[in-house]
Write a new protein. Structure first.
Length: 401
């Protein structure tokens, strides 16, 4: 039964308001750190567009073979899944608890007064928001009631483009310094950039600042929630010893997204009898939700938990073959590329065209009628580690007359 009575000692008048336990809400939504997309019944895509390097030397009569840079389009998806809140209660439960709420009228038609119903509804909504806040952050989709949908941290862990920081620092100041160094320059000064951490971790950071210098806040005050100009956001559901830096906004300018059926699903509550012959009533809420991130390369993570989920991946970049020979009469050859993340392709060498394929790149050339042999090179560069490159030599003999 939903209403459980324990250790009641009612013997007279009681306070006119039910006392309820304090709880946090769905903070990641209420603080405007995630864009919530309503009205998604089945699935919605997050379209992503990336470009390669475009600039090159000026040419008087550029041709197709002089093209440089690509528009790379792909999508991530949000797939809301169904879940609900459902609980049953008996209005007569309060008869022995609070005289003020004893049902009036005939026993068959007795109902819980609106004041008591509102108190139960408010507590139900508060609990649902609290649980949603945890699922939005830590959720994992599974077969039981504890695994309703994938949260932001679960989606981040799946993305191979996430920047994972490796640091041996034990202090919060040391960890934040190591984290900031790895933030891509393109987003380092973005006003939507946020550092996400747990309440306990911020308390450690605050204590370190207080003990460090006289110019920081005293023991009676709290230091500013910033590091090097980047705003720090704390979430009650966030795990300790995990720091994430990414773009956060309630609109498309951020990097965190959620899809729901209705914007206010968690506030739409159905109340009715279980059946016509029953004294029992139920509260029921139907919901759909899913979360995801847009760009893994805009997420910087430092995971110092005892069993870290985010571990620095080995940077890999290789190509087969690394020497390409095109026949004099023209043709193309595919190069298979293996990379641990996104990579960039240098400009096409003169007289050759480089285009992307599902497994790497394709190097093409028309018939060589220049009267001399042609040669050049294509360089691949791993985006997450610019020092890791692969050079592919390209050659084409002249076509005999």
């Amino acid at each position: 039964m939903a209403i459980i009575v324990r250790n009641t000692n009612y013997s007279g008048e009681v306070l006119e308001q039910l006392l309820t336990l304090a709880a946090t809400s769905n903070e990641i939504v209420e603080k405007g750190l995630i864009m919530v997309i309503p009205g998604v019944e089945k699935k919605i895509s997050l379209p992503r567009l990336k470009t390669g390097r475009m600039l090159q030397k000026r040419k008087e009569n550029p041709g197709v073979e002089d093209s440089k840079g690509n528009f790379n389009y792909d999508e991530k998806s949000l797939d809301p899944v169904d879940f609900m809140a459902f609980t049953v209660f008996n209005p007569r439960t309060f008869e022995n608890i609070w005289r003020k709420w004893q049902p009036k009228g005939n026993l068959v038609f007795s109902e819980l007064p609106p004041e008591a119903q509102n108190a139960l509804l408010a507590e139900l909504a508060k609990q649902v928001q609290f649980e949603l806040g945890d699922h939005y952050v830590n959720g994992e989709y599974g077969d039981d009631d504890d695994h309703l949908f994938n949260g932001i941290l679960t989606q981040m862990a799946k993305d191979t483009e996430v920047i994972v920081v490796d640091s041996a620092e034990s202090t919060m100041l040391g960890r934040l310094k190591a984290l900031r160094v790895k933030i891509p320059v393109a987003i380092r000064n973005n006003p939507d950039l946020r550092i996400l951490m747990s309440v306990n971790d911020f308390d450690k950071y605050d204590d370190e600042l207080t003990q460090r210098e006289a110019k920081n806040a005293s023991e009676t005050d709290v230091n500013a929630r910033r590091y090097k100009g980047i705003t720090i956001e704390t979430l009650a559901a966030w795990p300790d010893d995990l720091i994430v830096c990414t773009l956060c906004s309630p609109d498309a300018g951020g990097n965190l997204f959620a899809a729901v059926n209705l914007q206010d699903d968690e506030d739409v509550i159905q109340i009715d009898k279980i059946s016509n012959a029953s004294e029992l009533y139920f509260f029921k809420m139907l919901m759909k939700a899913d979360t995801n991130i847009a760009f893994g390369e805009e997420v910087v993570v430092l995971d110092k938990r005892s069993n870290p989920v985010f571990k620095p991946a080995e940077k890999k970049l290789s190509a087969v073959p690394t020497a390409v020979t095109i026949k004099p009469e023209g043709g193309s050859q595919d190069v298979a590329v293996t990379a641990s993340g996104e990579y960039s392709v240098s400009a096409s060498p003169a007289g050759f065209t480089v285009s992307p394929t599902d497994n790497g790149i394709r190097i093409s050339a028309a018939a060589n009628t220049t009267g001399k042999d042609k040669s050049g090179a294509v360089t691949l560069t791993l985006d997450s580690d610019k020092a890791r490159t692969v050079k592919i030599t390209v050659s084409q003999a002249k076509q005999e007359a």
